[in-house]
Ligand binder design. Sequence first.
Ligand code: DAH
Length: 288
Amino acid sequence: MRSYVDAKIEERRVAIEVGAEEAASAKDRVDLSLPGVVRPLGSRHLIRQVFQEIEDIFFSIGFSVVDGPEIETPYYNFEALNIPEFHPVRDDMDTFYLELPKGAPGLLLRTHTSPMQIRTMEKQKPPVRVIVPGRVYRRDNPDATHSFAFHQVEGLAVDTDITFCDFTGTIEYFVKQFFGPSVKTRFRPSYFPFTEPSVEFDVSCVFCGGNGTTSSGTCGKCKGAGWIELFGAGMVDPAVYGFVGYDPKKVTGFAFGIGIDRLAMLKYGIDDIQAFFQNDVRFLKQFP
Ligand code: DAH
């Protein structure tokens, strides 16, 4: 009788042990059929996406991308671009100067990407075909269309036989690739110290199709003009070649400086430049 009871107890003990083990391993077992943890994916900032779009367009016609310092010397930001001290253009480019020890050479935050025209030509003999995406700074008070930091893409093409036609053809190609084939372009005479002649490029208003009116009346974006001012450009002023050791009798070229924030606002219908800098996820998510 006793051995019978012992055997029963043993049988029970083993059963409990095995059961406990099974229960424990069931608890630890990974259920491969469960869905994984989905981590939210970030995306590139809209400004970065627009840079990329522009780079791809210019890559396709033989341009390469260079970048350069955001802290510049007055020489590259102004003088070598044919903007001597006391030139009135300097007033339009309210500049951030760095606070430096007395006697140190002056430094500033670049007010445009144009200094890279000079740095590129100093380093490289023609032919030159580059674009320069980058951030620039001006002492502007922030509002819906101004920010103290914003973005530009500079372009420069210099060779022995570049004509005004190459220039307008290149710009038109870019604008149509970027905004679509139905957009119209025009240029108006303008002035920049480092280009001669200088022009301002306009596109037909992307909001009213160039009509100047929408179903609700005068188009608020182009104020009825049917055109929107896009960016400045021109044929490189021969004086600039003098600063980089190019022979102005042998080379010609064109340059342009595109404001990227404005371009992105036009293409994606954004009406406040500050949206680019606030990094509000609800805004960023709309441009995956
Ligand atoms: N650097 C000028 C600006 O920021 C824009 C510009 C105009 C650049 C004409 C160019 C150009 O290269 O040819 O206001």
